[in-house]
Design a protein around this ligand. Sequence first.
Ligand code: SF4
Length: 331
Amino acid sequence: MDRSILEGDPHAVIEGMMIAAYAIGATAGWFYVRAEYPLAVERLQKAIQACKKNRLLGNNIMGTDFSFNVDIRLGAGAFVCGEETALIHSIEGARGTPRPRPPYPVNKGLWDKPSCVNNVETLANVSKILLKGADWFASFGTETSKGTKVFALTGQVEHSGLIEVPMGTTINEIVNEIGGGVPQGKTLKAVQSGGPSGGVIPAKYMNMPVCYEELKKIGSIMGSGGLIVIDDSSDMVALAKFYLDFTVDESCGKCAPCRIGGKQMLTLLDKINRGRGKKKDLEQLKQIAFAMQKASLCGLGQTAPNPVLSTLKFYEEEYTNKLLDGKTEEK
Ligand code: SF4
């Protein structure tokens, strides 16, 4: 989602960063982009060059006393480097691991200087809001979630791709009207929102407006803006295991709740998925998930249990159907 914004309109992001820099008196900015997104990097480089050539970036921009220089730092694709303190460490050339906050980056950030860390989508909106006004932006969306949101609509849906919709658009509108519905005559079982750390939203919530508050209420998040459509043939235990596998792999290992808890949850899920689990394993899954949510150092560990907890909440019978159920003794 952010990659496509950088590829499609890098100037919007640069302009947003320049306005932010002007507002807070910053003189230097960094774009942190995955090296695996070469087209985004190339277009961003070209756009920066064009700005420099036209004296929109650099020293004494357009003859004023405002100077602002930008640079691009390539990341190696670590999921945890989306966390702001890990991102800062990575730009500094250190290992990309989070640190406790406070101090927050606004007080002590890049090279210990006060820093403002923002997402690509946020920066891309800034110039439009300044041009058209806050009321224009607030006219889209819900009472508490304003504006529009870009989603990456994928999974078992007729038309996958990137979509931009006003906040508060319902799942039904997104999946059926924009996405063309579930293919091959199958029916919608759920939608998974928020990427690997998100949760599932069962089909019975089809008319739920997609916004920050409603997603939170149901145990999911906006996260990376991913919306994965799941049809009625999907195995929710296997799905939860798939996502947990990813977050365990991406855990930086710095704090024990995430490093050990994630691995333990994965072991239990694997046992259940192989038909070797017992009822007490479900309880243990919930307990470890609770500890991870409460004690992990960063958002990765705090949200990693979401796919497991939400599938357990809405599809517990799929877990219990896989349990040993007293027929065979656990080895
Ligand atoms: S929660 Fe996970 S990813 Fe975050 S600091 Fe702890 S071990 Fe690293």
